[in-house]
Design a protein. Structure first.
Length: 570
C-alpha cells in the first residue's frame, strides 16, 4: 500500500523532511535490489500471461507525421531530435538530453507508429526487442518509476498490435515483460503519482489474458481506488492543482474504462466518479483558445489534444462554474481571466507547484495575452513581488534529490469574495504571504466590465502589523508584474502611462494603462520547458513606507482604431 501523502502540518515538523528523504532512500534501494535480483525477476513473471486479451485504446490523438519520422529513424522528444536512420538503433547511443532519454524509454512513440498502418506495428516490435536486449533485465534509469509508468501504459495499449507481426516466442516475451513491468510499477510507494501508476498497471492487467492478467487487474484496481481518493479532490480537481495533470489522468482512466468494457467488465464506482470529476476540472480549465490554463505549472497543451479528452465527456460544452479547485474565472465577450485564488499544494503533489499568489492569466479575443512565465518563483507570476524576496523555497540537496523539488513555505492564507451584477463581474482577493516579513497584506481587486470589454485592476499593499524599523519610515520596494504571452508585442507610450499590446496577427490590440510611479519593460521567458520562447513583461514599480500602504491601479481595454480626416478607420 502506498504511503499516505503528508499534510502541510506534517511536512513542516522539524526533521520531518529529512526523515522522509531517508525513508524514501532506504525503500528505493531495497526495492531496486529486489527487482534487479534474479529471484525478484523470476517471481515477477509468475504467473505468466498467455497473451493479450484486449487492445486498450489510448484516447490521446496520435501524430502520423511523427510516426512516419520514427519509421525513417528520426525521434523527436522533449525539444530534441535523434536521427539513427531507417532500421537504426536509438538505444545504443547517447541521447541528446536526459528529458529526451526519459521520453524515449517511455515508448510514447508507439501511439504515433500505430497511426502508420503499413509498417508501424512491425517497427514498434523491432524497437522494443532492441530495447529489451539492453534494458529488459534491469536498468536504474529505464526502470525509474516515472519512466516505467508511461512505458507500461504505452506497451499495454500497443501490445496486441505489436504481437500480430511477432513470432509466438516474441509475443510470449512481450506479454511476460509487460506483466513484470506492471508488477514492478505497483511496488512503488510514492503517493504523488500513485493513481497514475495504478491506472497504468490496471490497463496492463486488462490487456493481458489468463490468470496473470486477472490477478494483476484486481490488484491494480484495488490500489487505484485508494489512490484516487487522495489524488482527485472532492470538487474534481487534481491534488496538484495542475490542469494538465487532471487531463492526463482523465485520459488514462478513459482508456481503462474502455479496456474493461472490451472485457465485459464494469469500471469500479470510484473510477467512474473520478472520471466525472476530472472531466469537470478539464471543462473549467479549457480556455477560449481551446488550450488549458497554465497556472501552478501546468502546460497549455494543444486545442486538438484537449478536445480529444473532452470528446468523451457526456456533458460536452455545458457551461462551467465560476470557481473551481481554488481558481476563479471571469468570462466576458472578448476578455477572459483566470486567477489563482488558493495556496499551492505542499508535499509530493507539489513537485511543480508555484509560489505565485493571486497570479493570473488573461486571454483577449481568444488569444493568450498575460500568462505565467517559466519558473516557480513569485517573480515569474503575473502578481506582486516585494523587495525581490522569494515566496517559498524549492526543496534541494539530499532531501530534494530523494523527495523531488517540493515547494515549501508558500502556503499562505488566501481570501476571495466574488460579485456579479448585470454587465459586470469582479473579485476581491487577498493573501497573507508577505505579512511575516513585510507586515502587509496584498489585496487585488479585478473588475471586468463586460459591456466595455475592459478589465480594471487594483493592487493594494495594506499594513497589518506595527511599523517595522526604528521609525517606520524606511521604504520597501515592490513591483506588479504582467508577463506577456510569446508573440505579443508591446509599445510603451512617451509618457509611460500606457502600453499598446498586440498579439501576433492582430491589427488593433489592447491598451494597458496604469498609474504606477515607474513603468519598465523587461525580458521574460514563457512556455513549456521543451519549447521556451522569449517574451517581455510589464513591470510597475513603487515603494511603500513600512508604516503606510501603497496602491497601483491599471486597466486593460481595446485599442481605439485610428480615424483619418474623412472619418474612416486608418
Amino acid at each position: 500500500m502506498a504511503d499516505p501523502a503528508p499534510s502541510a502540518a506534517t511536512v513542516n515538523l522539524p526533521g520531518a523532511v529529512l526523515a522522509r528523504a531517508m525513508a524514501t532512500t532506504v525503500r528505493g534501494a531495497l526495492r531496486a535490489d529486489w527487482q534487479g535480483s534474479a529471484l525478484g525477476r523470476w517471481l515477477a513473471v509468475r504467473p505468466r500471461p498467455t497473451g493479450f486479451a484486449t487492445g486498450p485504446r489510448d484516447f490521446r490523438p496520435p501524430n502520423p507525421q511523427a510516426g512516419r519520422a520514427v519509421l525513417a529513424g528520426v525521434f523527436v522528444a522533449a525539444g530534441a531530435t535523434l536521427a539513427v536512420g531507417p532500421g537504426g538503433d536509438p538505444w545504443d547511443r547517447p541521447s541528446p538530453s536526459r528529458g529526451f532519454a526519459a521520453a524515449l524509454h517511455q515508448f510514447a512513440f508507439l501511439r504515433d507508429l500505430a497511426a502508420v498502418e503499413a509498417h508501424g506495428a512491425a517497427e514498434g516490435l523491432r524497437l522494443y526487442l532492441e530495447w529489451r536486449r539492453l534494458f529488459g533485465a534491469w536498468s536504474a534509469f529505464a526502470w525509474r518509476p516515472e519512466v516505467l509508468e508511461r512505458r507500461v501504459f504505452n506497451l499495454a495499449c500497443a501490445g496486441q498490435a505489436l504481437a500480430a507481426p511477432a513470432s509466438d516466442a516474441e509475443a510470449e516475451l512481450l506479454a511476460a515483460d509487460l506483466a513484470r513491468q506492471a508488477r514492478a510499477l505497483l511496488a512503488d510507494p510514492e503517493p504523488g503519482r500513485a493513481a497514475e501508476r495504478a491506472a497504468a498497471a490496471a490497463v496492463a492487467g486488462a490487456a493481458l489474458s489468463g490468470r496473470a492478467g486477472e490477478r494483476l487487474l484486481a490488484r491494480a484496481l484495488r490500489r487505484l481506488e485508494r489512490a484516487l481518493v487522495r489524488t482527485v479532490r472532492p470538487d474534481g480537481g487534481h491534488a496538484s492543482r495542475r490542469a494538465d495533470a487532471a487531463l492526463e489522468l482523465l485520459f488514462d482512466l478513459q482508456t481503462l474504462t474502455d479496456a474493461l468494457s472490451q472485457r465485459g467488465l464494469a469500471a469500479p464506482e470510484g473510477v467512474l466518479r473520478a472520471v466525472d470529476r476530472l472531466a469537470a476540472a478539464v471543462r473549467f480549465a479549457t480556455l477560449a483558445d481551446g488550450g488549458l490554463m497554465t497556472l501552478q505549472g501546468g502546460a497549455a497543451l494543444s486545442a486538438p489534444y484537449v478536445a480529444a479528452a473532452r470528446a468523451q465527456d457526456e456533458l460536452g460544452d455545458r457551461p462551467v462554474t465560476a470557481a473551481f479547485d481554488g481558481y476563479q474565472r471571469l468570462d466576458g465577450r472578448r476578455l477572459q481571466l483566470v486567477v489563482d485564488a488558493a495556496p499551492p499544494t505542499p508535499g509530493p503533489f507539489g513537485l511543480a507547484a508555484r509560489g505565485q499568489p493571486l497570479g493570473m492569466e488573461v486571454l483577449a479575443n481568444g488569444r493568450r495575452l498575460i500568462v505565467a512565465a517559466a519558473g516557480r518563483g513569485v517573480a515569474c507570476g503575473s502578481t506582486v513581488t516585494m523587495a525581490n524576496a522569494p515566496f517559498g523555497r524549492v526543496l534541494q540537496g539530499f532531501a530534494g534529490r530523494r523527495l523531488g523539488p517540493e515547494l515549501r513555505g508558500a502556503q499562505a492564507a488566501v481570501s476571495v469574495e466574488r460579485h456579479e451584477a448585470p454587465g459586470a463581474l469582479w473579485l476581491e482577493l487577498a493573501h497573507e504571504g508577505w505579512m511575516r516579513r513585510f507586515g502587509v497584506r496584498h489585496q487585488r481587486r479585478l473588475y471586468l466590465d463586460v459591456a466595455a470589454d475592459e478589465l480594471r485592476g487594483e493592487d493594494r499593499l495594506t499594513p497589518t502589523a506595527r511599523a517595522q524599523g526604528p521609525d517606520g519610515r524606511h521604504f520597501i520596494p515592490f513591483a506588479v508584474r504582467f508577463h506577456l504571452a510569446p508573440g505579443v508585442s508591446a509599445l510603451v507610450s512617451q509618457d509611460r502611462r500606457s502600453v499598446l499590446l498586440r498579439p501576433e496577427g492582430e491589427t488593433l490590440g489592447w491598451v494597458f494603462r496604469n498609474d504606477a510611479l515607474e513603468v519598465a519593460m523587461e525580458p521574460s521567458v514563457a512556455g513549456p520547458p521543451e519549447a521556451l520562447r522569449p517574451t517581455q513583461q510589464i513591470v510597475l514599480r513603487g515603494h511603500r513606507r513600512a508604516d503606510s500602504g501603497a496602491r497601483v491601479r491599471w486597466k486593460l481595454a481595446p485599442a481605439a482604431p485610428r480615424v483619418d480626416a474623412a472619418g474612416r478607420e486608418a
